[in-house]
Design a binder for this molecule. Structure first.
Ligand code: ATR
Length: 280
């Protein structure tokens, strides 16, 4: 029987998830359909329960339902627990299991597609909101020599570090914008680009930097990426690879098969100005 999946969100007009999952299903030969459910803003739970009752196997969840979906979960992965939000659910025997695939998807893009393995490298994450939370565990697992978080509101980064320590995860350091440290990889996990702003960046962060990564996608050369380009950072990337990567991790979690992501990232990429996203 054909299994059913969907993305839940509101609005969903822009969602590329159905195209991405249709490509994954075609590539792997998995028998599934993947649709869109634009639930009313106050009707997520009812729409989700209806989908489950109708035989749905799993779903992705996007704004504004990621926190509500998390609250409905009966089990969750460590990534979802750390993020306090979920973008991927699967349904089992009356239960709702929550995952957060954003961070693992980001890491797949950084390490496998952009060829910037983090092991032994120095990574800086700007931001301490939901997106940053989703990424911290996979980043720590990648064993960087240093993993530093800086946020406009330092107490939020401190809270993330405290939660990690309480759960036995060491390795996240905090710094302020005055640091003169240099980094191999700098990730903009703030939402500043959505309003055309640039987060504050420590003065020497980009010196000798390999990769500047903007989590937002299809926004062109954002102020953050422009600053990186002006500082001669070797590779600039936007979040299109994370978009495809998080979908691939969700697909594998549901189906047990890992689809390839490189071609789809190339297809969906909007070229940045020099140096463009490089796909070695
Ligand atoms: P998301 O789900 O996209 O992570 P969020 O949870 O609202 O959204 O978090 C937004 C992040 O971007 C926060 O780290 C926020 O900093 P504060 O904690 O100080 O609010 C950061 N951010 C948003 N606009 C910013 C700006 N103009 N400059 C610097 N940081 C900004």
């Amino acid at each position: 029987m054909t299994d059913r999946y969907a993305v839940f969100g509101n609005p969903l007009g822009h969602s590329k998830s159905p195209i991405i999952h249709a490509r994954f299903a075609a590539e792997t030969g998995e028998d599934l359909t993947y649709g869109k459910v634009e639930a009313p803003v106050d009707g997520f739970e009812a729409a989700l329960r209806q989908f489950i009752a109708g035989g749905g196997s799993g779903c992705n969840v996007t704004a504004p339902f990621k926190l509500e979906a998390f609250a409905l979960a009966t089990a969750m992965t460590p990534e979802a627990a750390m993020a306090g939000a979920t973008n991927t659910l699967r349904f089992t025997d009356g239960g709702i299991e929550a995952h957060n695939t954003d961070g693992v998807g980001l890491l797949a893009d950084v390490e496998r597609i952009l060829r910037a393995p983090l092991r032994g490298k120095r990574a800086l994450m700007l931001g301490a909101g939901g997106a940053a939370r989703g990424a911290v565990l996979p980043f720590l697992d990648a064993a960087p020599a240093a993993f530093v978080m800086i946020n406009r509101t330092p107490s939020k980064a401190q809270a993330i570090r405290d939660e990690l320590l309480a759960a036995g995860h060491h390795g996240l350091s905090l710094a302020d914008f005055d640091t003169t440290d240099r980094f191999d990889v700098v990730i903009n996990a703030t939402s500043a680009s959505l309003t055309g702003e640039c987060p504050a960046i420590p003065s020497r962060a980009f010196e000798g930097c390999e990769l500047a990564y903007e989590l937002a996608y299809a926004k062109g050369l954002t102020p953050f990426l422009s600053r990186a380009r002006d500082a001669d950072v070797r590779t600039l990337a936007d979040g299109v690879g994370m978009l495809v990567g998080q979908a691939a991790v969700a697909f594998e979690w549901w189906r047990g098969v890992r689809p390839t992501i490189r071609n789809l990232i190339e297809t969906l990429s909007i070229p940045l100005e020099r140096p463009a996203r490089q796909l070695p």
